[in-house]
Design a protein around this ligand. Structure first.
Ligand code: FES
Ligand code: FES
Length: 193
């Protein structure tokens, strides 16, 4: 548990600052936040999870995408207080506990879909959400994958590698053993893949 900012009653705290508690990548975090603190800043500066990056700070690019209770959210537009007591998954939380990459992460490497440090975390988290939906029964054709991935912006490439990697990861789901398919580690993510 992150306790470096505790206790909340220490002197000289800005008015309104309070302790938030949440599960971040399966681990309990408790840290102070002001009402105006966004979730991206909280995760990076208070919870020590610096894998979440911001770029536009305005909800356009998707670079800051995390899962909050299993659903993708713009961490730059989500107040940290909105995630109080929630289960949050960042890019650091989609791999296996032993560090084994998720199917989608591995597929991004194999299909040259990994990109820069700013946009890649958001794409990994968004793809993880899509794969979780597929595990729950949703079906996606390539056009639908392109539409979903268009929520995140890359200024540099044509998305082809990312789409192909996600397509490949989804196809490989059918060959996974049932126990691993039914046991995502965090927030509906595909960490068990
Ligand atoms: S930094 Fe959050 S959407 Fe761009
Ligand atoms: S914005 Fe990351 S590779 Fe283009």
């Amino acid at each position: 548990m992150t306790t470096t900012d505790l206790p909340p009653t220490a002197p000289h705290r800005p008015t309104g600052e309070r302790v938030l508690t949440m599960q971040v990548n399966g681990e309990p975090v408790a840290a102070l936040a002001e009402p105006r603190t966004n979730l991206a800043d909280f995760l990076r500066e208070r919870a020590g999870r610096t894998g979440t990056h911001t770029s536009c700070h305005q909800g356009w690019c998707g670079a800051c995408t995390v899962l909050v209770d299993g659903e993708s959210a713009r961490a730059c537009l989500t107040l940290a207080v909105q995630a109080d007591r929630a289960e949050v998954t960042t890019v650091e939380g989609v791999e296996d506990p032993d560090g084994t990459l998720s199917h989608f992460q591995q597929a991004l490497i194999e299909h040259t879909g990994f990109q820069c440090g700013f946009c890649t975390p958001g794409f990994v988290v968004l793809g993880t959400e899509i794969i979780a939906e597929a595990r729950a029964g949703a079906r996606f054709d390539r056009d639908e994958l392109i539409r979903r991935l268009s929520a995140n912006i890359c200024r540099c490439t044509g998305y082809a590698g990312i789409v192909t990697a996600l397509e490949s990861a989804l196809e490989s789901l059918e060959s996974l053993e049932p126990a691993r398919q039914s046991a995502p580690r965090h927030g509906g993510g595909e960490a068990g893949a």
